[in-house]
Design a protein. Structure first.
Length: 319
């Protein structure tokens, strides 16, 4: 028998979700069978899979020893350490990272040992902020992600309450997101592009159309020109929706793909990535909803990268 005491980072989640995270060797089928057969209890009482756990609850597990055996993974120590240039902002609850182009946010296969999240775990572990041995179901997590070949801002939470708040802030559009990009050619100096988005999962590519079609979701992308030399233009872009490859596909739709974005029709270029950088986030007011409360102190704050690498690239292209 094993007992798990619910901490602040475990609380306010369903029992089944908690156990699937904290007990890596517990199959789903055995989990639900054990709840039905009272082999899993909460506070020594019969429980339900959907029951929400509270701080101080005690989960009793009457399960086979091989299932109860703990294995904590420290493979993240193989990742590269974060340096000062990759940390844009940090406080007790959140950290804002500057992801380099070419770095994955999360692993895509078991061979990926140097992703942004693994670098974050290593950084927090070495600062003694995070220890897998002390946690049951929570790991510091990214609240948003950007493409492998895009540079820029990625938000992460250090505790469960902050992660829930960040996810809700993003879901309810209380966070403005701004990008810099370089496009081929020149468009109108300023515009808002309204298009309909579909994702082709088999080729990991977005298809956009001007008219609504079945299964498509509306996207809004605003931009303004910062500089142009005629051949290339440096733009500031604001996302009003967050569809996959939205910026890349939107400018490609108008025959002005991002420099280097061969996937969306750009000419081959010596720059090895698409010229796109998530350079600024701006929190709106967060004082009007208790769900935002853990991060309400971020109300009306703006966080900006000191410099995008594509700004330097544009300067070289124009010199």
């Amino acid at each position: 028998m094993k007992e798990l005491i619910i901490t602040a980072n475990d609380a306010d989640q369903r029992l089944d979700k908690f156990l699937l995270k904290s007990m890596e060797k517990l199959p789903k089928s055995l989990l639900y069978k054990s709840i039905r057969n009272k082999k899993i209890k909460v506070n020594r009482k019969r429980c339900e899979a959907a029951q929400r756990l509270q701080i101080g609850d005690v989960v009793q597990l009457f399960l086979p020893p091989d299932v109860l055996e703990e294995t904590k993974n420290y493979d993240f120590l193989n990742a590269q350490p974060l340096d000062d240039k990759q940390i844009v902002y940090e406080d007790t609850h959140i950290i804002v990272l500057n992801k380099a182009s070419g770095v994955l946010c999360h692993s895509e296969s078991k061979a990926d040992e140097d992703t942004l999240i693994q670098r974050l775990w290593r950084y927090l572990y070495e600062k003694k902020v995070y220890d897998p041995q002390a946690e049951q179901s929570f790991r510091p997590a990214l609240a948003n992600r950007i493409d492998r070949n895009t540079q820029g801002i990625v938000l992460a939470a250090k505790d469960a309450a902050s992660l829930r708040a960040l996810n809700e802030i993003i879901r309810r559009h209380r966070l403005r997101k701004f990008y810099h990009c370089i496009i081929e050619g020149r468009m109108k100096p300023e515009d808002t592009l309204v298009l309909y988005h579909q994702k082709q999962k088999e080729i990991n590519k977005a298809t956009l159309s001007a008219e609504a079609v079945e299964g498509a979701k509306m996207t809004r992308t605003s931009y303004r020109e910062l500089q142009s030399n005629g051949r290339y233009s440096l733009l500031e872009v604001e996302l009003h929706s967050g569809r996959s490859h939205q910026i890349r596909a939107a400018f490609a739709y108008y025959q002005h793909p991002l420099l280097g974005d061969v996937k969306y029709g750009a000419k081959k270029h010596r720059y090895p990535y698409q010229a796109l950088c998530s350079y600024q986030i701006a929190f709106l007011s967060l004082h009007d909803d208790p769900l935002f409360a853990p991060l309400a102190y971020l109300s009306d704050q703006t966080i900006t990268l000191p410099r995008c690498e594509i700004d330097d690239l544009y300067d070289r292209l124009s010199s």
